[in-house]
Design a protein around this ligand. Structure first.
Ligand SMILES: NC(=O)C1=CN([C@@H]2O[C@H](COP(=O)(O)OP(=O)(O)OC[C@H]3O[C@@H](n4cnc5c(N)ncnc54)[C@H](O)[C@@H]3O)[C@@H](O)[C@H]2O)C=CC1
Ligand SMILES: C[C@H](O)[C@@H]1OC(=O)[C@H](O)[C@@H]1O
Length: 257
């Protein structure tokens, strides 16, 4: 059985990493995909590859460029989905950055770019998706890729962790605001997943060994590890799940001592 047959799914930052893995699984589960990407040359090229991979599965996909920090990008993603596929069933807010930096000398530009990309753009993208779902009158599913970092701190992530806590909180409040329209809002909290976002950080062998040793399952996550949890929340199997947060961290959070 395909869990997302004929559902239209928009995913931001779907050109690589977690977003790409989730997009491919959504396609395998029967969805039509809107692959959001940054609009930069590298993002466009990678997004076109993801579209080809989905077409190779005999499923449909389009790519749409737009800076996640731009408060109008959400509107453009929704417009593209509606004009190509006629509706929006699922919106996955995944695009994000984590430029590791210490707190005491945090440049204002790095702070603003992180908050604008991870949270401010997301707020209005979620609003745009919700308005479209309300107009359609058949409910929907909104999923924010938050983080274990919504729950714990990081000395080099003082600009980043508040955005992830903000996304978790946004999903909780939106679950309340949008429940009357049967629009479900949930947060997925990945642990440490090996992707481009942390390639440099995890190139430190001591840090890599520490992260592995803290993880109950003994390995870092892979982008594919997020695919099942997101598909579940997107699907009707999760029809009574809203306002929830799902840790997908291999047991990293619980492993204190
Ligand atoms: N990898 C990890 O350990 C964890 C990742 N996350 C979150 O997962 C999400 C995906 O990250 P990963 O796949 O790990 O990293 P990644 O760097 O491979 O992917 C990030 C995606 O966001 C896109 N993006 C970045 N800035 C953008 C912008 N201004 N406009 C449009 N798109 C933009 C990138 O092009 C890329 O497709 C992020 O929100 C990240 O915070 C959360 C917890 C852990
Ligand atoms: C980018 C980091 O490795 C990653 O991002 C998160 O949200 C996790 O908590 C990790 O710190």
């Amino acid at each position: 059985m395909m869990l997302l047959k004929d559902k239209v799914v928009i995913i931001t930052g779907a050109s690589r990493g977690i977003g790409r893995a989730v997009a491919l699984e959504c396609a395998r589960q029967g969805a039509k995909l809107v692959i959001g990407h940054s609009g930069r040359a590298s993002g466009l090229a990678a997004a076109k590859n993801v579209v080809s991979e989905i077409q190779d599965l005999d499923k449909q996909a389009i790519e749409v460029g737009g800076d996640a920090a731009d408060l109008d990008t959400g509107d453009r993603l929704i417009d593209a989905a509606v004009s190509t596929f006629g509706k929006v069933d699922v919106f996955v807010n995944n695009a994000g950055i984590c430029p590791f930096h210490s707190f005491l000398d945090m440049p204002k530009e790095v702070y603003m770019q992180t908050v604008n990309t991870n949270l401010n753009g997301a707020y209005f993208a979620v609003q745009a998706a919700a308005n479209q779902m309300k107009k359609q009158g058949k409910g929907g599913s909104i999923i924010a890729i938050s983080s274990i970092s919504a729950l714990v701190g990081g000395a080099m992530q003082t600009h980043y962790t508040p955005t992830k806590a903000g996304l978790l909180s946004l999903m909780q409040s939106c679950a309340v605001a949008l429940g009357p329209y049967n629009i479900r809002c949930n947060a997925v909290l990945p642990g440490t997943i090996a992707t481009d976002i942390n390639k440099e950080d995890l190139s430190d062998p001591d840090k890599l060994a520490y992260m592995r040793s803290r993880t109950c399952l003994g390995r870092l996550g892979e982008p594919d590890d997020l695919a099942g949890p997101v598909v579940f929340l997107a699907s009707d199997m999760a029809r009574y799940v809203t306002g929830a947060s799902l840790l997908v961290d291999g047991g990293l959070f619980v492993n204190l001592q």
